[in-house]
Design a protein around this ligand. Structure first.
Ligand SMILES: Cc1ncc(COP(=O)(O)O)c(C=O)c1O
Length: 372
């Protein structure tokens, strides 16, 4: 398979086999133009500030295309952790409530709840042979489940949960469905419209950088969560007004969740990256990444390595992971061969994205074969 986007469109990929977008994506060379445009606009004083904000709104529109939800339901948070924590902080909890998540979750999804009173139970559904699955998660929910919070794609194993199936299983209940789509958004389709909260970092599969995390919030979640953060941007306030009323009304979504300036430069970079992704199309990117992931999965198994990622069509993602006794040492060894993967205990994560090709997979498997 040839890349959908040439590696030459990125900075620093000459002679590098880059298989680690699940850690940090390579940088699109075209972002230099965006930086220069930002520099000119930000130096232009008050006259050009409105143009910067217009670019923020245009990025919000692109996010709405990517996720299939209305733009005004998407706020730009500083990082993905804030999305799940906003929910944990603002819901009105009662003793006996519970949260369902997985036993192998990313910390901000699995532990945003640790500030809650002891009366709230966190049910951590364990993985069975590294797979969690929708049935086990739904089976752990009951009438007192306030939130089902999971990553769409696991950072640890690459398992892709069927978010629509989770939503269907919760239909008619009061349980909110909160999704961290950081390892999904930009590589597999994200059905944000059937969630109550969907948040994603921007610096991995969406090919942008740190500082902003788009977050979709449903009307139901918005009305269930108490407002806890107030500033110039989310209050209806005349900045130069002399009157100082006791309270000021809140602006509606999306500004409601943006009490201060969002990270404008990061959002401009995200806007450009989304242009690139949307022009190629999520269907093609998903198909490309999953097909390469299957080749990686099968190749690793043939080498006798302990693959922990599912190989089913829809359970696959861009991440394929295998256990290693010393992941850091193996990762460093691969780096000396100019192959970049992500390796933290207990596994190596191989990420396949739109700029990867079969040649990249062959190189990886060749070096691993020589090492086995
Ligand atoms: C599932 C998941 N969520 C979020 C993040 C990063 O979070 P943040 O944007 O809060 O830094 C990661 C990083 O590895 C992740 O794997």
């Amino acid at each position: 398979m040839e890349p959908l986007l040439s590696p030459s469109e990125f900075v620093g990929l000459d002679n590098i086999t880059h298989l680690c977008s699940g850690g940090e994506a390579p940088w699109l060379a075209g972002q230099s133009r965006i930086y220069n445009e930002f520099a000119a606009l930000t130096s232009g004083g008050q006259a050009t500030r409105a143009q910067l904000y217009e670019r923020v709104e245009s990025c919000r529109g692109r996010m709405s295309e990517l996720w299939g939800v209305r733009a005004e339901r998407i706020a730009f948070l500083p990082h993905a952790a804030e999305g799940i924590n906003w929910l944990a902080r603002g819901l009105r909890w009662h003793a006996g409530d519970n949260v369902v998540t997985t036993g192998i979750e990313f910390p901000s999804v699995g532990y945003a709840w640790q500030q809650l009173d002891a009366g709230v139970e966190v049910r951590r559904v364990p993985a069975n042979r590294w797979v969690v699955g929708e049935s086990a998660l739904l089976g752990a929910c009951d009438q007192r489940t306030r939130v089902l919070a999971v990553s769409q794609v696991s950072f640890l194993t690459g398992e892709c949960l069927d978010v629509e199936r989770l939503a269907a299983g919760l239909e008619g209940t009061d349980t909110l469905l909160a999704i961290d789509a950081t390892h999904a958004s930009g590589v597999v389709r994200v059905p944000a419209q059937c969630t109550d909260l969907c948040v994603s970092s921007a610096y991995k599969w969406m090919l942008a950088t740190h500082g902003t995390a788009p977050c979709y919030v449903s009307e139901r979640a918005e009305t269930s969560v108490a407002d806890s953060c107030f500033g110039w941007r989310n209050l209806e306030t005349p900045l130069s007004g002399v009157a100082a009323p006791e309270r000021l009304p809140l602006r509606p979504m999306p500004f409601k969740l943006e009490p201060g300036n969002p990270a404008v430069l990061s959002i401009l970079f995200l806007g450009y990256a989304l242009d690139v992704l949307l022009e190629i199309g999520m269907r093609s990117i998903e198909n490309h990444a999953r097909t390469l992931a299957l080749t990686v999965n099968e190749g690793l198994q043939q080498l006798g390595l302990a693959v922990i990622s599912p190989d089913g069509e829809t359970q696959r993602s861009g991440n394929t992971c295998f256990l290693a006794s010393d992941p850091a040492a193996l990762r460093d060894h691969l780096a000396t061969e100019r192959i970049l993967v992500w390796g933290d205990h207990p596994r190596i994560r191989v990420s396949t994205h739109l700029y990867n090709s079969s040649h990249d997979v062959d190189r990886l498997l060749g070096v691993l074969a020589a090492n086995c």
